[in-house]
Every structure is written in structure tokens, then in C-alpha cells.
Design a protein around this ligand. Structure first.
Ligand code: MG
Length: 450
């Protein structure tokens, strides 16, 4: 099984992922359905636009209903729309998203959602994995088999977002916006949300197509070259790109330049802390220092977590955070949903543009600039490496690997949970300094491992 991040053998940090019909089969999907069906009485299910998704969804539904669990099938939906539906509907005890998010075309995925709309925590995934392996399912008698219902979720979700932003202020500005849904699940909601925000909408890659004909689903800079071009060509105010299940959004400014994900994370963190007159912002240890810089200046505090969105959301709940998110375009707005939401992200960015009366390029100019360099080196003995790091850098932050902070730079040395490698991130005010730090990190790892 190929996984993203580490939990057990089956579950990664974002549910179960693998090449569809090879690593993630309908048989596995059915048994994962049986796990959830044993735990819950009524769940909602939704899928992204992947070719494998109807197959996996059918198998999951068979597993759920065989354990006496009723299912509400929402059809194609962004993962945050499913999560919002589960959160809002009292009778629904959980959700299942059939999605491989930003992974390449051949992947499929299955992710479990809690009753409050959050993703399953690591502990919950571990419990599910134990049940999956021991096959201790509660199989229903013939007259207790679960039933399948269908429901319409779009109005609920769209209104959920529109009601939280200053819609009139945004509409007044009549922004011209290019949206690139990457042929994923965002196609069925995001262009319509923009229309209802009074924007002039130009959509590209916005028909559902699981072959992802134009680009890879991950909305990183190298994949959104067409969006950058179209924003310039049509003289738009903003470009937006989603990943395959639209829980992430990345942005292009009015000049057609990609805005680094960390910069948008910092911009929103600053907006929230200023609006709340302080507060806590939660983000993984891999996030740029620019987030901490702006949050501190605005009178707030940054709380660092291990890498992965479920632990960010869990920590946000624990510390009553005003905002949180990852440096990959996954932002969490707790007044809406304790999970990443790409549409909520663009609605807030447009709101900030409208309230400040400035183009997006001017708004991000105020965010401190850093250079980040990432690399990886082989590492066969993680325990030895971590022990060595603890001896060498006793004051480092050991939330996830070792993060060593200096005056205006930092380095993160983080063993991978799934591969025999260690990732090294370094960030500094200049490219040269970041490079030196990465080289220092490589040297430290080699010294410890011998
Ligand atoms: Mg995603």
C-alpha cells in the first residue's frame, strides 16, 4: 500500500490512499465500509470526480449497509461540502469521502469524517485499522440491512459560506475572477459561489473529468501555468486553483504571478488575529516563519503541531484557535468548519481585498519574505537520528522531528513516517543562507548516523 504520511499500515495522515484497483481495491473499500458501518448508524458519503470513485463508493456503500448502517449519498461533492453537511445534519453520525485529494490521476482514496465534520484523528484511524484487520464487523440480519438515501447538499454548503463573509462588500467591487477547478469536485460548487459573490467568473478546467486532461490535481505553481496565463489575458483581479477535492485553494495575483501558499496562510492569519484582537493560530512545524512574524506583530500566538491537517484541526479545537492551516493552501476557518475548505479560503481572500480596497499583490507585499529550501536524504535509523538531534539541540522544538529556530531563519530535520528518508527544510532571509542551512542539516544527519 502506498500511503501519504504515517499512521498504520493502511491509514495514512489523510485516510487510505493507493492506486485504484491495484493497491486500493473494491474488496478493501467494502471492508472499510464495514468498519464505519459497525461504528455508526447513519453516515453521509460523497466522492470526487475520479474514474475509480463510483466503483469505490459502491463498494463502501455495500459494506456500510451490510452492517446495518443507513447511507445518505450526496454524489459528487468537495470534501469540505460533505464535512459541512455532516456537521449541520444532526441525524448524521459521520461521513466518508471517496477522494485521493491532490494525488495523481491513478490514485483513489477513502477518508472518514467525524460527527462534527472534522477528519478522523490518528487514534480513531488506528482503531479502524485494528477492526479492519481483525474483521470484527457487526454484520446485520437480512431485515436490518441499511438503506440508501439521496440528498441535495449544495444550497446548505453555499449558504454556509455566503453567510460568513461580507457578501455585499465583495459584490460591490464586481471582481473579475478566474477559477481553475482542475476538473475536480470543486466544479460543482466553486464557480457558483463566486457568481453569488457578485464576481465576473471565468472558469477553466471546470467540468468534472477524472482523467484530469489539463493538469495534475495538485494546485502547485508548476501545474497552474494556464491559470496564470488566463488571469493576465483577461485582466482578472484574482486567479484561484483547487486540488481534486477542493479543500485546498492556491492563488494567482492580478499580474499573473503565483502567490506562495505560505504567504496566503500568513495573510489570512494576520487578518484573523487583527479582527479578533489577538488569539491563537495553529500550523504545522513545517510552515514559513512569515506566519509567526505577522501573528506576533498583530498580538497573537502561533501554536505548532506535527504535519497533517487532522492534528491541526484537533489542536485548534483544544486551544480554541481563531485560525489555522497548512502551508499547502489548506486553510481552516473554525467559525465555519474545523477542516480545510478551499471555497471558504477564496471567499475570505475576496472579502479582505474588498475591505482593504487594494489589489491582492499589494496585500501580500506586507508579508515578510523568506526563502525556503527542501531536500531529503536517506535515513535508515530514525530513533538514532532523533536521539542524536536531542543531544545536539536540546532546546529545539521536537513536535515533529527537530525544528531549530534562529534569529531570522530556521531548519527542520524530520524523519519520514513511511519512507527510509529524512526531510530537511530550511528557511532564511536569503537564498544563500537557506542553502547553507540545508547543507548544515545534511552534515548533522550524516554525523549522527555515522
Ligand atoms: Mg484535498
Amino acid at each position: 500500500m502506498v500511503r501519504i504520511g504515517a499512521v498504520g499500515e493502511l491509514f495514512g495522515t489523510d485516510g487510505v490512499r493507493g492506486v485504484a484497483n491495484e493497491e486500493l481495491t473494491p474488496e478493501m473499500a467494502m471492508n472499510l465500509g464495514r468498519v464505519m458501518g459497525t461504528l455508526k448508524k447513519r453516515v453521509a458519503i460523497a466522492m470526487d470526480t475520479r474514474i475509480s470513485s463510483p466503483m469505490l463508493k459502491s463498494a463502501v456503500i455495500a459494506g456500510l449497509t451490510s452492517c446495518g448502517c443507513d447511507v445518505v449519498d450526496l454524489g459528487i461533492a468537495p470534501t469540505p461540502a460533505l464535512q459541512y453537511y455532516v456537521k449541520c445534519r444532526d441525524e448524521i453520525e459521520g461521513g466518508i469521502a471517496i477522494t485521493a485529494s491532490h494525488n495523481p490521476r491513478e490514485y483513489g482514496g477513502i477518508k472518514f469524517i467525524q460527527e462534527d465534520g472534522r477528519e478522523f484523528t490518528r487514534e480513531m484511524d488506528e482503531e479502524c485499522e485494528r477492526m479492519y484487520k481483525s474483521k470484527t464487523f457487526r454484520i446485520a440480519g437480512w431485515d436490518e440491512i441499511g438503506q440508501v438515501y439521496h440528498d441535495e447538499y449544495k444550497r446548505l454548503y453555499v449558504n454556509g459560506i455566503l453567510s460568513k463573509v461580507d457578501r455585499d462588500k465583495i459584490a460591490e467591487r464586481r471582481f473579475k475572477v478566474v477559477i481553475d477547478c482542475g476538473n475536480g469536485a470543486g466544479c460543482v460548487t466553486s464557480p457558483y459561489i463566486l457568481k453569488e459573490l457578485g464576481c465576473e467568473v471565468v472558469s477553466i478546467n471546470s467540468h468534472p473529468d477524472g482523467r484530469f486532461p489539463q493538469r495534475n490535481p495538485e494546485p502547485v505553481e508548476e501545474n497552474v501555468w494556464l491559470l496564470k496565463k488566463v488571469v493576465k489575458d483577461v485582466k482578472a483581479d484574482l486567479g484561484i486553483a483547487h486540488d481534486g477535492d477542493a479543500d485546498r485553494a492556491t492563488f494567482v495575483d492580478e499580474k499573473g504571478r503565483f502567490i506562495p501558499e505560505d504567504v496566503i496562510l500568513a495573510l489570512m492569519a494576520k487578518y484573523y488575529v487583527e479582527k479578533n484582537g489577538g488569539g491563537k493560530v495553529v500550523t504545522p512545524v513545517s510552515s514559513s516563519r512569515c506566519v509567526e512574524d505577522v501573528v506576533r506583530e498583530a498580538g497573537g500566538e502561533v501554536i505548532y503541531t506535527p504535519v497533517g491537517s487532522p492534528v491541526v484541526a484537533e489542536t485548534m479545537l483544544k486551544v480554541n484557535a481563531v485560525f489555522g492551516g497548512e502551508g499547502n493552501g489548506g486553510l481552516i476557518f473554525p467559525e465555519h468548519l474545523l477542516a480545510r475548505d478551499g471555497a471558504m479560503s477564496f471567499a475570505r481572500v475576496l472579502e479582505l481585498m474588498a475591505l482593504e480596497g487594494k489589489p491582492i499583490s499589494k496585500l501580500v507585499e506586507g508579508i515578510p519574505k523568506y526563502y525556503m529550501i527542501k531536500t531529503k536524504v536517506p535515513c535508515k535509523d530514525k530513533i538514532k537520528l532523533l536521539q542524536g538531534l536531542k543531544e545536539k539541540f536540546p532546546d529545539a522544538n521536537f513536535t515533529d522531528g527537530a525544528r531549530i529556530d534562529y534569529e531570522d531563519s530556521w531548519i527542520l530535520i524530520r524523519p519520514s513516517g513511511t519512507e527510509p528518508i529524512v526531510r530537511i527544510f530550511a528557511e532564511a532571509k536569503s537564498k544563500k543562507k537557506a542553502k547553507e542551512l540545508v547543507e548544515f542539516g545534511i552534515k548533522v544527519v550524516k554525523e549522527i548516523l555515522g
